[in-house]
Design a protein around this ligand. Structure first.
Ligand code: BYC
Length: 313
């Protein structure tokens, strides 16, 4: 088949809303775009374990500890599904991890902020996982089969994570005055960083055009950010807390809130490696990787031995 025939088949599948699978022909730029996005997403999951893992030993009850432990473990699993999906595009996990460990690859800006109090764990689950779900629900229908299928399971687990966070916030917001203050303080610090998770404004998002054309993204950064604000304001009101935005106002004409944009200079600074915790996160990740070397080697030896036993049987 000539190259434009392959392209016709690819375009035809997209037009019919069919999935592109690993063995299908795909344009090189589509493949590269997916490797970039899926691997950055995977990196975000495993780096995202760090700010929450930091609180496992300090959770205020055994129940809270067990729930947080399960959540952090889930994030590791999400990373695994996503690295596996990226590997179907012809890259190795070693290459991808090396890009993360050397600071070449990005991961979500949100994980470069510190978790200072237990209320931050509530805010991360509620707001950060809430924003993640908002983004990932559309990715369940992404055009690349392995990515889309990984997202289905991830979304189910994320909704448990979001409830875990909202439950913590509910306890604090309806607790003593000090607890309510802690909840408000966490909301104040996490509100704008969470809005940055959706990426820069559409007018400054170089990857959106192709992503939407190829149906990798079904909605734009600004559309998702708007939906997040509209949905979350009601949850803030239920908690009796205040959104830290003096300009937040319902706009009848657009059927959504007008709100203050996050500080995009701060965002650029963070994704360039200069946020409050970038260096700490990369150092912790590199340390974990180095110290886990013997575990990876032992697992490989075990897998080899097991396959020899199967082959001999
Ligand atoms: N942080 O052209 P744009 C989780 C980069 S994990 C850092 O709009 P795109 C969780 C962007 O990569 C949640 N970088 O890009 C885990 C690009 O740079 P490059 C993670 C960002 O790809 C554990 C440049 O800015 N979710 O929820 O069209 C515990 C221009 O941006 C960010 C995903 O990864 C950012 N926030 O749109 C708890 C979802 N935003 O690559 C929770 C999958 C932008 O050209 N990813 N950049 O050097 C996506 O949906 C899209 O990649 C994004 C960005 C919406 C993030």
């Amino acid at each position: 088949m000539e190259i434009n025939k392959f392209e016709d088949v690819f375009e035809g599948k997209l037009a019919k809303n069919e999935m592109i699978e690993p063995k299908d022909w795909m344009p090189e730029n589509y493949r590269k775009h997916l490797i970039r996005q899926i691997s950055q997403h995977a990196h975000s999951e495993i780096i995202g374990m760090l700010p929450e893992g930091n609180w496992i030993t300090r959770a205020p009850s055994l129940r809270a500890k067990v729930v947080l432990l399960a959540k952090v473990q889930d994030e590791g699993g999400h990373g695994l599904y996503l690295y596996t999906a990226a590997e179907t595009l012809g890259v190795t996990r070693d290459e991808l991890l090396n890009n993360l460990h050397t600071g070449k690859a990005k991961y979500s800006s949100i994980f470069n902020y510190p978790t200072l109090t237990w209320a931050d764990i509530g805010a991360v689950g509620w707001l950060v996982d809430g924003a993640a779900i908002m983004n990932q629900v559309m990715l369940q229908r992404s055009s690349y089969g392995p990515y889309s299928r990984a997202m289905v399971r991830i979304c189910k687990e994320e909704s448990f994570h979001q409830r875990q966070g909202y439950e913590i916030m509910t306890h604090l917001a309806f607790g003593t005055n000090d607890q309510k203050e802690m909840a408000q303080d966490a909301l104040n610090r996490w509100w704008y960083p969470t809005m940055m998770m959706f990426g820069p404004p559409d007018s400054e998002s170089p990857n959106s055009e192709n992503a939407v054309k190829w149906r990798i993204k079904r909605e734009t950064n600004d559309q998702l950010r708007q939906r997040f604000v509209d949905q979350t304001v009601r949850q803030v009101e239920y908690l009796g807390l205040t959104v830290p935005d003096a300009h937040l106002k319902w706009n009848e004409a657009k059927n959504g809130y007008d709100f203050t944009e996050p500080n995009w200079v701060e965002f650029k600074n963070i994704i360039s490696g200069n946020g409050p915790c970038n260096k700490e996160r990369l150092a912790a990740r590199n340390k974990a990787h180095d110290e886990g070397k013997w575990v990876r080697e032992a697992a490989q030896v075990f897998a080899k031995k097991r396959s020899e036993v199967y082959e001999a049987a």
